[in-house]
Write a protein that binds this ligand. Sequence first.
Ligand SMILES: [Zn+2]
Ligand SMILES: [Zn+2]
Length: 271
Amino acid sequence: MRLLADLHTHTMASGHAYSTLTENARAARAHGLELIAITDHGPSVPQGAHPWYFWNLKVVPSVLDGVRILKGCEANLVPDSDNGMDLPDVVLGLLDFVAVGFHPTAGFDEPDRARNTAALLRVMANPLVDQVTHPGNEDEFPLDLNAVVEAAVRHNVILELNAHTFDPASSRAGSTAREREFAHAAYKAGAPVSIGSDAHYALHVGRFEAALAVAEEFGFAEERIVNRDAAGVLAHLQGKRERPRLDIGGEWRWPTGPDSELSVEGEGGWW
Ligand SMILES: [Zn+2]
Ligand SMILES: [Zn+2]
């Protein structure tokens, strides 16, 4: 199985990641990917990106060096906002892809399964939410698995099998068993599933090996994995809601030799 899209990548704008968006796109191209979603952390984690960062993603090309770029976010669940997340609906509605997940310091640091589940079910019912990241983080953010999987089916929300969780150096390395349980249950129930790198450095973009091994062990069919290729991702997203800026930013290519010029097609420019 080979996946050609990565729906979970971070840039320096996340505050604890170390590559630029451009470096991530180049790494994706070198790795043979067709599409990446840029999913920087929302403002509730230390040095997470300001809402203006997400609002202004329109200046980024929608295709860069042949790689489709989805301008997205990884919003944090928070206890005290209008929509239960740290980015308002007016910003989320402008993005091509909205991921959401629990993270430390955002207001859910006491492990409380019932409270976490209620908060997550609420945001999954928001039609702007596309994907739940690393749902198997049992130690820090325990969840009611059946309720979350049922909500994923009902609201057509992707449940991610997070590749980074299987890295022994990950802060979530203790939650691989629960991450596997979530992926298996989601798949069996017919929920949309993805495999994300959660790259915090360009060389990790599109690196899914450990999670792919889990998917293959469980016998997942490639056509059931949303990020199998760009067409699969775009068909899923467009089936869920309008994406008003999906094609804004044009198609750009970096120069390839000393005499070549930066080239642009379509609606490129700055606003
Ligand atoms: Zn995360
Ligand atoms: Zn992440």
